[in-house]
Design a protein around this ligand. Sequence first.
Ligand SMILES: *Cc1c(COP(=O)(O)O)cnc(C)c1O
Length: 638
Amino acid sequence: MPPDSRISPDEVGELYKISRWGNGYFSVNSRGHLCVLPERREDGPRIDIMEVIAEMREQGIAFPAVIRFHDVLRSQVSLLNTTFRDVIAENGYQGGFLAVYPIKVNQMREVVEEILDAGAPFDHGLEAGSKAELMAALAYNANPGALTVLNGYKDEDYVRLALLGRKLGRRVVIVVENFSEFSMIVRLAREMKVRPLIGVRAKLAVQGGGRWAGSSGERAKFGLACSEIINGVALLREAGMLDCLQLLHFHVGSQVPDIRVIKDAVAEAARIYADLAVSGVPLRYLDVGGGIGVDYDGSRSAGNSSRNYSLQEYAMDVVCGIRQICDETGVSHPCIVSESGRYLTAHHSCVITNVVNTIHQTKTGFSLSRTPDEHILLANMREAEEELDGDNFQEIFNDAQQIKNDAINAFKLGVVSLAERAEIETIYWRIITRISRMLDELDFVPAELGRIAELKASQYLCNFSVFQSAADTWAIDQLLPIVPVMRLDEMPTERCSIVDITCDSDGKISRFVSQDGHDRSLLLHAPREGEDYFVGLFLTGAYQDVMGDMHNLFGRLNEVHVYCDDDDPADFYIEEVIRGATADMVLATMQYNAEMMARYVKEAVDKRIRSGDIQPREGVRLVDFYEECLGGYTYLGV
Ligand SMILES: *Cc1c(COP(=O)(O)O)cnc(C)c1O
């Protein structure tokens, strides 16, 4: 490696903004590998991602794959709980703090179990929003000190399941989202002879901001208006169940980018809480919902992929906001409940993919020798190239664009030949490359020429599906940090965008985290012959992990769960391997039957054997191969 292409861990960290989005969990080691620091300390344990990859290959686990760092998940759980507890203690707040993990953020059993285990000292509970999630909560949240909070629309079975939880002695709170649920809960509780715990979800006037602004505000699909809350209180009082109404809930939306929204919502909800408490409702919990943002792009801004506050600030604003209004109104401080999920899970998992091919715009290289009677457009393009210098590049750029477009039209009319077109395009890309080099030297790039970097960017074809593994980059333009996990001691030289292996032109990523905000291209290394180049998509642990779909029948990924080795801070172990979907599994979800498919192919082969077109021995091999592929991974083998 030439000395000038070396880059220090600090420089590379700056280039990919690793410390800005990493929340202290990522670092580059002296070998140029990306590492995970589960305790957020450089002098604590560290896991070299390339070593995990090496071990996975030894075990025959194919890529792309998800790696879960369970220690990171555990660390986030204690961070949320201890931050709130510290803020409560430091500010003379009289109420407690209880967190519940919303299962929908990442429903994987291992994730839920890990959060409950790491959260046991803090009585961390669960939040469910559907019957299936509630059934998981009933089976896994057995801690009598932890809450189970139930949101979402409910039918009778949903309520009966919740009351079953009460019979088991659990603190299951049914949060009323819709007025009709009050009378259903009263009726079913009487029928099952059990005292329910009831909450109400307030429809706040404050708008959430960011992508999920619609989760609150007057037109939100969830929650009760003030009049419905008052009528609900009357209904419960009438039924002799007012003592069951213990929780007031709100949720302004996910990934709240702006701290002002949190302050406003807390103030509005605390007012409702205090008013109800003063009027004799024995409330105990104020549930502030989820929504703590993750700084995906590391900009610490109020943009949609970021947030302009820290966890510490968030906790301060919640605790002090509630305290102030309770003190003013003489109401005792409630136990604060948090339902944040994205914040807990985003950092713990990543998708590792390998680059399978690179598509270079500029790599064409066809040349014709110059002739006196060549087409005028070709002659003009040659002239543009010859005239290009540091003073006229903007003019030449415009000319070259024009000539190229004219040439394509002329080609369609049959007046420019295929070879002439190839030559014109080759020169065009040479011009673009030279202009781009000139622009690198400039402090100020004219806006029109900003497109050149984008034009010139290569496409790196990566072994994954955007729809399965990075759904939010496609669906809602979410930014995800993307970083090579190797060669980070070497200056990356290739400007590129990322395309996946689906046959869908939307299967690409063309917005990236960059030093100054967002960029249309990403700097990666030129892959080396005979060496895999591994790139990671980070912060995929919340929603992305479980919302993926099987577009093009690319199925779920292979997955490994990694833990630090307690005895050796530089070592790790793979605790569990979950094999991803095989072709027959994804086909079965669309009603195909792999056995029948194999039979159809075998029958077709047999027919060709009978007609003498295929040798019997070869026929057997072909059928075996087809069957083997049915049981194989859906991604590209390398
Ligand atoms: C989705 C959801 C959450 C989780 O939100 P995050 O942004 O992941 O913290 C919490 N509460 C309710 C009611 C939800 O619907």
